[in-house]
Design a protein around this ligand. Structure first.
Ligand SMILES: *[C@@H]1O[C@H](CO)[C@@H](O)[C@H](O)[C@H]1NC(C)=O
Ligand SMILES: *[C@@H]1O[C@H](CO)[C@@H](O)[C@H](O)[C@H]1NC(C)=O
Ligand SMILES: *[C@@H]1O[C@H](CO)[C@@H](O)[C@H](O)[C@H]1NC(C)=O
Ligand SMILES: *[C@@H]1O[C@H](CO)[C@@H](O)[C@H](O)[C@H]1NC(C)=O
Ligand SMILES: *[C@@H]1O[C@H](CO)[C@@H](O)[C@H](O)[C@H]1NC(C)=O
Ligand SMILES: *[C@@H]1O[C@H](CO)[C@@H](O)[C@H](O)[C@H]1NC(C)=O
Ligand SMILES: *[C@@H]1O[C@H](CO)[C@@H](O)[C@H](O)[C@H]1NC(C)=O
Ligand SMILES: *[C@@H]1O[C@H](CO)[C@@H](O)[C@H](O)[C@H]1NC(C)=O
Ligand SMILES: *[C@@H]1O[C@H](CO)[C@@H](O)[C@H](O)[C@H]1NC(C)=O
Ligand SMILES: *[C@@H]1O[C@H](CO)[C@@H](O)[C@H](O)[C@H]1NC(C)=O
Ligand SMILES: *[C@@H]1O[C@H](CO)[C@@H](O)[C@H](O)[C@H]1NC(C)=O
Ligand SMILES: *[C@@H]1O[C@H](CO)[C@@H](O)[C@H](O)[C@H]1NC(C)=O
Length: 691
């Protein structure tokens, strides 16, 4: 493929010439209409302890060869002795270890507390809990939410025992604290009276506690995190990865079948990010997440015979995995009377989910190279694609690499491109897809500073403004080619501030919802996604320092849209405010064919008034970086819209009235937008301040 290099030098010119854009009224291409979304996998507690709302850590003592069974997260109360037991009668085949709680020093209470995922948020709201007990007990349990720092108990409930000697019995309860805890350093406790037991002990398993969940789904999502995602208008969702799909070995990949059904039937998954995953956020939960958040279009990844240790499935052994992928597709979109569709119906969703995209594997060019990649090109991808297209001709099959990974994937496949780049590199790639086959951009973010250190240097501590604008340039490039680039996915999307590796996530969180923070990238993606286009429109091409796309939206009375990112900066002058104030402002005029004088449009400007290109949103301070303004502007006597763009900024001009609503609900507590103060005293462990 021949790619014309974009002259980045032009973007760095100190004196920006005026930009005059002429947009034709016809002659563009249809888009997928679901351009902006995200990838989610359970990377370092962005699933368990992240968007999955379960509060109890290590709730079912799940283990694997890699992650031994433990009592992590539990502490004894009243001197009780806690131990792991593998009973001859386990709770289930999937959950074979449990916790024995034995009376300690003769007090008439015994019990345990669980410290959650780095604490628990406790508010006056209804918590829904359950636990399983084995062993006869005449009495009641006390379940409480309490402080880990003081003697405060915020709420507690008596749960009458139904426990019997020789069987596991589930106990359910609800618990509504009578006041909010002042911080998230809290625990959940269960106690009982050992004198009422037959043997002085009881066995516990699958101890679960949920706050209210997003759209009230049982086993659902954390409300604040789902709302922050929803509010940037994502319309396409890639899952389950990512490395999580591949697994560490070909015996421990993410097997969708083990993630279905009642929690007691889910064994958990030896995750690839350093911890045992519960599988509570399973295939069904991911599908419901997609449906609940804007009914997003799904891109599901199927396991394709390569795991992270380089295990490769030989050609002759591949068919069972192809069949497994076809079963998974049937589970997702087959009719309710098909074998796997009926399983889905049994689990409460008789209507098929809307699945149009299936990706075969993940980054198959990376693990086990070069044999892994060669086997992918030689037989793994062609065999999967053939089988999927034969069974589902309307499904778009996606190969897990790009043309730039030296693979000309066979038609009708499209590829997957993962640019983790410096800001400048994302600008240089503006025309990456002007002359190429179709791809999704399955993972993108600006990861490194512009100093060439790349993967050898540190990542940004948080997404930086210059990176967010640099990626806007790339994304506008993708949208210009939206006839062949049907979706762009932010990755990694969520980061638990207590445990993380990749810092450039769009959203940061901890147990305390007051710490849920939108990064600078969130604001850029929100503005781009708020004005969808169903068709691109041809425009003159005068790219640099402003990079732009024009289009119309047939779903909004042919609203006309222009999106431009201004990347006009000299690294020598970034801290010189005099230079910035005058030398880098770009006068822009946009004329859409047929638009008359007096036509109104909304101009959304996303800027960084403070000017520091490396500015980042600090979770402990909230957004003091990004300003999003919407103004109404009117076409002049010649039917032209006129405005200025500042050095690193995004502008979206839209003549439609029904944009996706900007800043729709983003959190249950309205105070978090500007100048909020976190409720947690001190900094979360592992926290590093922004530089
Ligand atoms: C039992 O042990 C716990 C913790 O070791 C202690 O707090 C409690 O006072 C003890 N109770 C009795 C009755 O000794
Ligand atoms: C219980 O079973 C797990 C595996 O399920 C094993 O790793 C662990 O060693 C066993 N523990 C005991 C005490 O036998
Ligand atoms: C809770 O408080 C304890 C004691 O001060 C501290 O060690 C721990 O890090 C705190 N945990 C969180 C999540 O803030
Ligand atoms: C609770 O406090 C203890 C020490 O007082 C600490 O070890 C533990 O990590 C705390 N729990 C949480 C969730 O911070
Ligand atoms: C989601 O979108 C699909 C495709 O447009 C549509 O068929 C389906 O009814 C929608 N589902 C919901 C719950 O809105
Ligand atoms: C698993 O990987 C090994 C190579 O490490 C290979 O010999 C074996 O055939 C693979 N099995 C499957 C089912 O993919
Ligand atoms: C693709 O080919 C080029 C040129 O031969 C080489 O430099 C590059 O490393 C190859 N990339 C991959 C992913 O194989
Ligand atoms: C690049 O910048 C980072 C962050 O400021 C720094 O840690 C790193 O050493 C720099 N690398 C080079 C090659 O200058
Ligand atoms: C996950 O988080 C842990 C704890 O912060 C960190 O040590 C580890 O490097 C991370 N692992 C990966 C693969 O991101
Ligand atoms: C429409 O697509 C064709 C083929 O990909 C391309 O040559 C043309 O420039 C596109 N038009 C617009 C307005 O993007
Ligand atoms: C910008 O230029 C104008 C005149 O063109 C001048 O009056 C003004 O002081 C300049 N602003 C700065 C910050 O230098
Ligand atoms: C800042 O920029 C202005 C305008 O380009 C220039 O005249 C001035 O010398 C610069 N100041 C410094 C300290 O570089």
């Amino acid at each position: 493929m021949h790619l014309k290099p974009v002259a980045l030098a032009a973007a760095l010119a100190p004196f920006a010439a005026a930009l005059d854009v002429q947009v034709a009224s016809s002659g563009g291409n249809k888009t997928s209409y679901h351009q902006y979304g995200f990838l989610h996998e359970d990377i370092n507690n962005s699933g368990d302890g992240g968007i999955y709302a379960e509060l109890i850590v290590n709730r079912a003592f799940q283990s694997s060869e890699l992650y031994p069974v433990s009592l992590n997260g539990y502490h004894s109360l009243h001197g009780a002795r806690l131990s792991i037991q593998n009973l001859s009668q386990p709770l289930s085949a999937a959950l074979d270890s449990s916790m024995r709680v034995a009376a300690g020093n003769g007090s008439n209470r015994a019990g345990f507390e669980n410290e959650g995922y780095w604490g628990m948020n406790v508010e006056c709201q209804k918590y829904t809990g359950s636990f399983w007990v084995r062993g006869a007990y005449d009495g009641s349990f006390t379940a409480s939410l309490q402080s880990n720092l003081t003697d405060d108990v915020f709420g507690s409930v008596e749960v009458p025992s139904q426990a019997v000697a020789d069987d596991w019995v589930e106990h359910t309860f609800t618990l509504t604290p009578d006041r909010d805890a002042p911080n998230s350093n809290n625990t959940f406790a269960i106690t009982f009276n050992p004198e009422g037991t037959e043997n002085g002990y009881l066995d516990f398993n699958l101890i679960s506690l949920f706050p209210p969940t997003y759209k009230d789904r049982p086993n659902g999502l954390r409300v604040d995190l789902a709302q922050v995602l929803e509010a940037y208008h994502p319309t396409v969702f890639r899952f389950p990865g990512g490395n999580m799909l591949e697994g560490n070995t070909n015996e421990t990949y993410w097997d969708w079948k083990k993630t279905l059904g009642p929690l007691r039937e889910r064994p958990g998954f030896p995750g690839v990010w350093g911890y045992m995953q519960t599988n509570g956020l399973g295939l069904m939960e991911y599908l419901e997440l997609a449906e609940d958040i804007n009914n997003m279009t799904i891109v599901v990844g199927v396991w394709a015979g390569l795991s992270l240790n380089g295990d490769i499935t030989p050609r002759n052994d591949l068919q069972p995995f192809i069949d497994d992928a076809l079963n998974e597709i049937e589970f997702i979109r087959g009719p309710a009377d098909s074998p796997w569709g009926s399983r889905r119906a049994e689990l409460g969703h008789p209507e098929p989910f809307n699945l149009q995209y299936v990706e075969v594997g993940n980054e198959d060019w990376l693990a086990g190279a070069p044999e892994g990649w060669n086997s992918y090109k030689e037989y793994r991808f062609p065999m999967f694609m053939q089988a999927i297209n034969d069974a589902y001709p309307d499904i778009q099959v996606i190969a897990s690499g790009a043309t730039s990974d030296n693979y000309t994937f066979p038609a009708p496949a499209i590829g997957d491109y993962h640019p983790y780049r410096e800001p400048d590199a994302l600008v240089e790639e503006f025309n990456r897809f002007d002359n190429d086959l179709g791809h999704i951009v399955g993972e993108v973010s600006a990861t490194f500073p512009n100093n060439g250190s790349k993967f050898d240097g540190p990542l940004f501590d948080f997404p930086a403004w210059i990176g967010a604008v640099g990626s806007a340039v790339s994304m506008i490039g993708y949208e210009r080619n939206a006839d062949r680039i049907p979706g762009t996915f932010y990755a990694p999307i969520l980061r638990n501030m207590n445990r993380w590796q990749w810092a450039v996530t769009m959203i940061q969180h901890a147990a305390d919802p007051a710490l849920t923070t939108r990064s600078v990238s969130w604001y850029i993606w929100e503005a781009l996604a708020a004005s969808p286009i169903s068709h691109t429109l041809p425009a003159n091409e005068q790219f640099g320092p402003v990079f732009y796309v024009a289009g119309r939206d047939e779903n909004r009375d042919d609203a006309l849209v222009w999106k431009g990112a201004c990347y006009n900066i000299s690294s020598n002058d970034i801290y010189n405010s005099t230079y910035r104030a005058n030398s880098t402002r770009v006068p822009v005029t946009v004329h859409f064919d047929g638009v008359e004088s007096g036509t109104e449009a909304t101009l959304t400007m996303v800027t960084n008034p403070g000017g520091d290109p490396y500015a980042m949103v600090d979770p402990l301070e909230g957004n003091k970086v990004v300003s999003t303004t919407e103004t109404s502007i009117t076409a002049n006597a010649d039917g032209v819209f006129e405005f200025y763009m500042t050095e690193l900024s995004l502008a979206v001009l839209d003549t439609g009235v029904n944009k996706r609503v900007a800043g729709a609900p983003y959190s249950p507590i309205g105070k978090k937008d500007h100048d909020w103060k976190p409720r947690m005293a001190g900094k979360p462990p592992g926290y590093r301040p922004a530089v």
